[in-house]
Design a binder for this molecule. Structure first.
Ligand code: SF4
Ligand code: SF4
Length: 273
């Protein structure tokens, strides 16, 4: 089961919530894994002497240009909707960080001057001290896209049992990828303090996709209640909670622990579920 956390705000939010959910599920003996779709993992996962070990490379087909076959007709450049091919006199540069590996340029070239090559664009890493914790490390100029979401999640899934629960931490922002993540997940935990972002999302998705679980910063929960979203989980947000999260400790606040239990129940992950 894939459970992804999406948040409309940075700071102590959905990642902390999911990390504490992860710890609680591990305590309960569940087959649960953490995957950060970036190289950032919550501080609570760092341990003394921990290293990151390559788990699987991420390979991508990217076009390469062969000057000797080229007739400088510009057809490849015209075919590229991503602006990834630039011509400088009698030289073409392919900016692979903009390329989405669609193959249009390869197809457009009738002179066999553009061909796909297999390029390593990053890798999935695993914590040396916790085999359940993974993160993604992309090459410096590689821009995270829908292709990466699909490829990385599928790669991890194929290495785990069908019953495994994977909690996916996703950096805040990157809203253009929310639809992909919803399509790839069984359940989405959406944490926000912004009713307008929630309403935009809630109204725009088809609800036979991933099940949406709303979690709201408690300081803003009344606004959500007034608008009829009383099903949301009200997540305490205090300075003490932030300090514990930043220091890499499990959150001890009783109200917060209760929200984690409620989340487990809502996600249908209770022992008796
Ligand atoms: S594969 Fe597609 S995106 Fe990449 S350079 Fe060719 S046309 Fe552009
Ligand atoms: S389509 Fe092929 S021949 Fe034409 S400019 Fe591009 S690489 Fe050269």
């Amino acid at each position: 089961m894939i459970i992804t956390g999406i948040g409309s705000n940075g700071g102590i939010g959905v990642t902390t919530l999911l990390a504490n959910l992860f710890l609680q599920l591990v305590n309960q003996g569940k087959d649960v894994y953490w995957l950060s779709l970036s190289n950032l993992v919550p501080p609570v996962f760092y341990q003394k002497d921990m290293k990151w070990v390559e788990f699987e490379p991420i390979m991508r087909e990217v076009p390469s240009w062969n000057k000797h076959n080229c007739k400088f007709c510009d057809e490849c450049q015209k075919a590229c909707n991503c602006g990834a091919i630039a011509r400088y006199g009698e030289f073409y540069v392919i900016y692979t960080e903009l390329c989405i590996s669609c193959g249009a340029c390869v197809y457009a070239c009738k002179k066999n001057a553009i061909n796909f090559t297999h390029k390593r664009v990053g890798y999935i890493e695993q914590s040396s001290l916790n085999h359940r914790v993974f993160r993604v490390n992309l090459n410096q100029r590689e821009i995270f896209s829908s292709w990466h979401c699909h490829t990385i999640i599928q790669k991890l899934k194929k290495n785990l049992s069908e019953q495994a629960i994977v909690l996916i931490g996703f950096p805040s922002g990157f809203r253009e990828l929310w639809a992909d993540l919803i399509g790839l997940s069984d359940k989405i935990v959406f944490y926000t303090n912004d009713i307008y972002v929630w309403e935009m999302l809630y109204k725009s998705i088809s609800h036979d996709q991933a099940e949406m679980i709303l979690a709201v910063n408690s300081n803003y929960f009344d606004t959500f209640i007034e608008r009829g979203y009383s099903f949301g989980l009200s997540v305490p947000h205090t300075k003490e909670i932030s300090i514990e999260a930043i220091q890499g400790k499990p959150v001890s606040d009783e109200g917060y622990r209760q929200v984690i239990d409620d989340l487990i129940y809502t996600l249908n992950l209770s022992d008796n579920a």
